[in-house]
Write a protein that binds this ligand. Structure first.
Ligand SMILES: Nc1ncnc2c1ncn2[C@@H]1O[C@H](COP(=O)(O)OP(=O)(O)OP(=O)(O)O)[C@@H](O)[C@H]1O
Ligand SMILES: [Mg+2]
Length: 268
């Protein structure tokens, strides 16, 4: 699995799960490109990157000249024609920064309404995901914008695995169903669920009942380590042995093609 998108309703834990998976994959010797595709970027913090290094990264949205050159768009002009298939082969090197064994890229903050739509930037991101030819040991993992809206833009079209994060609530279940359906329609063949913020066996049961046990790679507990790591600016994967073990177990199961809830949240 070379291209992975992590999706779900707002606040369910997409960024947390992306950070865990990025470390897990890098540990296995893969060359990881972690892309923060959210317009409100937080993945760098979740990966525990030093703020001074993150500050040096130029987000795609800020690289107006590059986006204009590649998409032939005039940034900020509504309805202007732009190439939906820009050249992106060299972009990972141009836009990423390697920090702690992970190559990091970000989409960047969305421009304000007056500045026009972000179609050109989105075209870049989409092209990056769709046309990037990855070498054998390379993986791209995308921390997506919350909800379903980005699905309409098709950013995740070229991914070979979609990880849907859900928490035990009906709203996040509904969002997961919608995203899953749209992902299926756009041809994303493999979708797996991760139940997050599990507080009790009932939470897990609820999710299995609503979404089907077989679709879950596993479950992560609501755990103080998540908040502590965040507060300390540390990577959860490095900070928390239990969360590390759980994500490793889940990833192992996903790679072996047998999700069916590889692990429970182990908190009870
Ligand atoms: N398993 C967990 N246990 C405790 N807190 C958690 C857990 N997972 C996530 N959180 C907390 O929930 C909040 C949202 O998590 P996160 O930022 O990963 O979600 P998100 O889906 O990326 O949110 P957004 O939609 O805003 O991008 C954070 O404050 C995080 O610390
Ligand atoms: Mg997030």
């Amino acid at each position: 699995m070379k291209k992975i998108a992590v999706c779900g309703k707002g606040g369910v834990g997409k960024t947390t799960v992306t950070s865990l998976l990025a470390y897990c994959l890098a540990e296995q010797g893969r060359e990881v490109y972690a892309i923060d595709a959210d317009v409100n970027p937080t993945l760098a913090e979740a990966l525990g990157f030093p703020p001074e290094l993150v500050a040096e990264i130029r987000p795609i949205a800020d690289m107006t000249a590059l986006v204009e050159e590649r998409t032939k768009a005039k940034i900020g002009e509504y309805g202007s024609y732009f190439k939906t298939n820009p050249t992106v082969k060299d972009l990972p090197e141009k836009l990423s920064r390697k920090i702690k064994n992970i190559n990091f890229l970000m989409m960047g903050a969305m421009r304000t309404a007056e500045q026009g739509c972000a179609c050109a930037e989105n075209a870049m991101l989409k092209a990056l995901v769709t046309h990037l030819i990855l070498k054998e040991k390379e993986t791209v993992i995308l921390d997506m914008v919350a909800g379903t809206e980005h699905m309409g833009r098709g950013t995740a079209k070229g991914v070979d695995l979609m990880v849907l994060v859900v928490e035990p609530g009906s709203r996040s279940v509904k969002a997961a169903r919608d995203i899953d359906r749209m992902a299926g329609e756009m041809g994303v063949k493999r979708r797996v669920l991760i139940g997050n913020k599990i507080r009790s066996p009932e939470d897990e049961e609820f999710l299995k009942r609503e979404l089907g046990e077989g679709a879950f790679a596993g479950f992560l507990p609501a755990h103080d380590d998540v908040v502590s790591a965040e507060r300390r600016g540390l990577a959860l994967y490095e900070y928390s042995p239990p969360m590390r073990e759980l994500i490793r177990a889940m990833w192992g199961a996903v790679c072996a093609g047998r999700e069916a809830a590889a692990c429970t949240a182990q908190i009870f």
